[in-house]
Design a protein around this ligand. Structure first.
Ligand code: ZN
Length: 159
């Protein structure tokens, strides 16, 4: 699946196998939220982010029906390993069980924090929301820009 920002500045590519990782996790989490991080790279023209890995929820993650707090256990190792292949932290994904793929105010706050955080070093933070259930789901990516502070939906590109 390919996505692009409405204004055409940044696109996102994510393969079905990575979406399958999310679906596997939402099947396991049932009516509770779940999530993880997105790892990948930006193309040389900086026009597209390519997802190379979707993580499972770290072991120390906690969640409920309407909230998810991603843990950090094992994440540093995962990112160090990715870094050797020039792959980096791109953002987050999480699940809205039986809900809509619309970011909550908490989601927007989190994305803003990540885009402004030096430790994440991710000025354009991507958030993928997968909503529904493992049987029937929608996947929607959003992009938060550090400079403008705005979060915009990214759209599907047919190719
Ligand atoms: Zn959310």
């Amino acid at each position: 699946m390919d996505f692009v920002v409405e204004n055409g500045i940044l696109g996102l590519s994510i393969a079905d196998e990575h979406i399958a990782v999310m679906v596997k996790n939402i099947a396991a989490s049932g009516i509770n939220e779940t999530g993880g991080v997105l790892i990948g790279y930006y193309t040389a023209d900086n026009l597209r982010a390519v997802v190379c890995e979707v993580s499972d929820p770290p072991e120390d993650s906690r969640s409920g029906r309407y909230w998810f707090k991603r843990g950090i256990k094992g994440l540093k190792l995962l990112l160090n390993k990715a870094w050797k292949e020039k792959h980096y932290y791109l953002g987050e994904w999480h699940f809205h069980p039986l809900g809509t793929a619309t970011p909550s105010s908490q989601d927007l706050t989190q994305m803003h924090e990540i885009a402004n955080s030096h430790s994440y070093n991710c000025p354009e933070a991507i958030m993928i929301i997968i909503a529904g259930s493992a049987k029937r789901y929608v996947v929607k990516p959003f992009l938060t820009d550090r400079r403008s502070g705005l979060t915009k939906p990214m759209n599907v590109v047919n190719n």
